[in-house]
Design a protein around this ligand. Structure first.
Ligand code: GAL
Length: 792
């Protein structure tokens, strides 16, 4: 219907170049030789990896360094630095004289300069911000328009891989003159009881003599309540609509309602309509009680996530995000922190739908720098605008239960920092009085002394487990959030001997041990956090650093090449679970049992040597057998944090064969068993897709896990065969990733080595439905094939 708003997503027909000469913004510029791309797009993810992209000599103060050293890989060693241009020629038939048009960016990396039809129409600073530009006077009706966007990434502007380019959606919204204001409707459920909820809607609009009708629909699209308003309050419509027997939103029951808001002109014609999903839920943070959702005390079993999607880089992709959240659901995770910037809209939509609480963060720096060209350059001009846009664009998502104005900002020091903390928190409160604000603090002693920690709604501690108790006493809030925890390091499927707990441990192969006992000087192993989470009722939960490995920050190998992605993830860069996944799962996932053995059992050359076996399980005790011989029963106990959360047989001597664990329930009865076997030589390639049917929309992705097994079907845990990939039918080969932080193989090339016996291939749909086949070959191995399909 022409009277309503229309959103046109500018997805296809983009041209991109990094080699631009002349005025690429002018309408007659010839961009026909530029690369054809679709948006979201990340120009840097195609590589090649090279240490020259982010080589830097300096001190990472947050890591406690005192002397400058040469570092590489800090931002992923991918070519994100420099200037790139995008151009799109389009026409918008929906736009006519008398209408309004907005150009909306959901993020543009970074410092976007925007030109329409040869004229500069706007710019922004921070690459993670959402912003829009009113293009009513610049958009030409009934003809072609030329949009050009210039993006510049300065060197030393990030502590991780930021991605590059138009990595999130760009769209044009066409509205009537009388219409709802962009991001101007705020839905809250301030007064919710089990049998009744008040849905409070405040809507900003343009125009006069208009009326507003809201229809509240349940998840089955059934009308449950409606209200009409003709009067306004402070220039906004304000409705309070009662919904009886509401279905409350929670991670376990992510029930969503839709508010259909309609704006009518005086003559009764419909001028605008919004469909806003929301949830009915109530949250509270109370001294000594902690956080409660819908009246139930709930601890955050959360993970921090950077925004990159491994082999896809920063280019947002809903299938990739959904896969991440599916993996996190199985982990038993109930919350996400978008560290250290604004989350994508897609991720918030999925968190609403799939049931994850969300801590939406904004900045890694305020006015004081961490990196030479970081956010401090924009702070004065943009901080308020950035927060306003963050809150206004996302505040209707029930998943968001807390905001964060910063992470480990150097402004934790100094009186001005205190003023800034208050200023930012006040902006959040002004825009959204319903949710509290935190800052992830690492300078805990300092923030106790200065009052910085006391003024926050939620004192968030990053690491510093030894200071929780003191901070709890020093701060007035009556609870502490583990805003960032653990930072344990490990490489999937890699184990080092002897097995000892260490900090900053390095090995010649630039990997970390998966016995989950290695951390950084400032960080700790998971069990140390578990103790606090379990023993202190005033600790309201934790956000583990990180749910998945990410590009950049290859600590503890910041000074070693080639090492270009993190070791912190509970799962690796390909999304494959490390052992640690099962340690968290054994306490977070309370629905399913976990019984996981480590290490693998292929230790040729270690015969007779001590090879400890750990079991991550929700059961309290278990008996271990090696080739049928009992290694004894272990029971969780309080001797050390590890003994409390892991079952460990530290004296096992390696002999090839079978390791079996038998777990007992609380009555001492056998409850479950699990085995790991020594594998023979790699024989056959095995494929397993997360989804066999994908959408034929040119965006959907099937993630196929590739592994090799021996003649008897036993997985080969150390295989590193080079494999080739071929996709035929209604899809394309998009990328592969093996989770090896030291691999310089390029993701989008159709070959890669296995790492610890596995890798993941991404098969992407085209816009045609049909059959798809992925074939994976490797020298001397039986080929693997899998049939998938794409549907419209
Ligand atoms: C924290 C920081 C994170 C990441 C992490 C690594 O101090 O907030 O961004 O750098 O350390 O352990």
């Amino acid at each position: 219907m022409m009277s309503q708003s229309t959103t046109v997503i500018l997805k296809d027909n983009w041209r991109f170049s990094k080699e631009v000469k002349g005025d690429a913004f002018s309408t007659d510029y010839d961009a026909s030789k530029w690369e054809k791309v679709s948006v979201p797009h990340d120009w840097a993810i195609y590589g090649p990896f090279d240490k020259k992209w982010d080589i830097q000599t300096g001190i990472i103060e947050q890591n406690g360094e005192k002397e400058a050293t040469e570092k590489t890989g800090r931002t992923g060693s991918l070519p994100h630095i420099g200037t790139g241009w995008y151009r799109n020629v389009f026409s918008i038939p929906e736009f006519r004289k008398g209408k309004k048009a907005l150009l909306v960016f959901e993020g543009a990396m970074s410092e976007p300069q925007v030109f329409l039809n040869g004229k500069k129409i706007g710019n922004w600073g921070y690459g993670y911000s959402y912003f829009f530009i009113d293009i009513t006077n610049d958009l030409i009706a009934g003809s072609e328009n030329v949009l050009a966007v210039k993006l510049t990434n300065e060197p030393f502007s990030s502590r991780w891989y930021p991605g590059a380019g138009l990595y999130r959606k760009v769209s044009i919204v066409v509205k009537e003159n009388e219409s709802f204001a962009q991001w101007g409707t705020f839905i809250t459920t301030p007064d919710t009881k089990d049998n009744n909820a008040i849905v409070d809607i405040k809507a900003e609009f343009h125009g006069s003599n208009v009326s507003m009708v809201t229809e509240i629909k349940d998840a089955k699209n059934k009308l449950v309540a409606t209200q009409k308003s003709t009067e306004t309050e402070d220039g906004k419509f304000h409705q309070t609509i009662s919904v009886g027997n509401p279905h409350l939103w929670s991670p376990e029951t992510p029930y969503l309602y839709t508010a259909v808001t309609k704006l009518f002109a005086a003559d009764g014609s419909l001028k605008d309509e919004q469909n806003i999903k929301f949830g009915i839920r109530y949250i509270k943070y109370e001294s000594n009680k902690g956080f409660s959702l819908n009246g139930k005390v709930t601890k955050f079993k959360g993970v921090c996530l950077h925004h990159d999607l491994g082999p896809l880089g920063a280019a947002v992709n809903k299938a990739a995000l959904k896969r991440q959240l599916t993996i996190l659901k199985d982990l038993g995770c109930n919350a996400i922190r978008s560290s250290h910037n604004m989350p994508s809209f897609e991720q918030l939509e999925l968190a609403d739908e799939m049931g994850f609480m969300f801590l939406a963060e904004s900045f890694d720096e305020w006015a004081k720098p961490k990196v030479e060209n970081g956010y401090h350059r924009f702070f004065e001009e943009y901080a308020e605008k950035d927060i306003v846009n963050l809150v206004r664009a996302t505040r209707n998502h029930p998943c968001i239960v807390m905001w964060s104005s910063g992470n480990e900002v150097p402004d934790q020091y100094g009186a001005e920092g205190l003023t800034r903390a208050k200023f930012l928190q006040d902006v959040f409160h002004r825009e959204d009085p319903t949710r509290p604000v935190t800052v992830g603090m690492d300078q805990v002693k300092q923030t106790m002394a200065s009052g910085f920690g006391s003024l926050l709604d939620i004192p968030g501690l990053n690491y510093r487990v030894h200071l929780y108790e003191e901070a709890y006493k020093a701060f007035p809030q009556g609870f502490i959030l583990g805003s960032e925890t653990a930072s344990t390091v490990s490489s999937r499927g890699i184990y080092k001997f002897p097995v000892v707990q260490e900090k900053n441990k390095q090995y010649d192969d630039l990997q970390c041990s998966s016995y989950d006992l290695e951390a950084c000087s400032w960080s700790n192993v998971p069990d140390d956090d578990f103790v606090l989470q379990d023993d202190k009722s005033w600790v309201i939960g934790e956000f583990v650093w990180t749910g998945f490995d990410y590009l950049g920050e290859p600590t503890p190998y910041d000074e070693k090449w080639p090492s270009r992605s993190s070791y912190f993830g509970i799962s690796d860069l390909a999304g494959l679970p490390k052992d640690r996944f099962y340690l968290y799962r054994s306490r977070w996932n309370t629905k399913d049992n976990t019984l996981h053995i480590l290490p693998h059992w292929n230790w040729k050359g270690r015969e007779g040597e001590i090879t400890p076996v750990f079991v991550y399980t929700n059961y309290d005790s278990a008996e271990l057998f090696v080739n049928g011989k009992s290694m004894g029963i272990q029971k969780k106990n309080n001797a050390t944090p590890q003994n409390r959360y892991r079952l460990m047989w530290n004296d096992v001597k390696y002999e090839p064969g079978t390791v079996k664990v038998v777990a007992f329930d609380s009555n001492g009865k056998i409850a479950a068993e699990s085995t790991v076997k020594t594998a023979g030589d790699p024989y056959k390639i095995v494929l397993d897709a997360d989804r066999k049917t994908i959408k034929a929309d040119g965006e959907d992705i099937s993630f196929v896990t590739v592994s090799v097994v021996d003649k008897n079907g036993i997985p080969c845990p150390t295989a590193d065969n080079e494999l080739q990939f071929k996709v035929t039918g209604a899809a394309t080969y998009r990328a592969a990733c093996n989770g090896d932080a030291t691999s310089l193989e390029i993701f989008h090339e159709n070959h890669m080595k296995l790492f610890s016996g596995k890798l993941v291939v991404l098969v992407k749909s085209i816009k045609t439905a049909g059959k798809i086949q992925l074939e994976v070959k490797g020298n001397g191995l039986q080929t693997g094939k899998i049939n998938l399909k794409a549907e419209l």
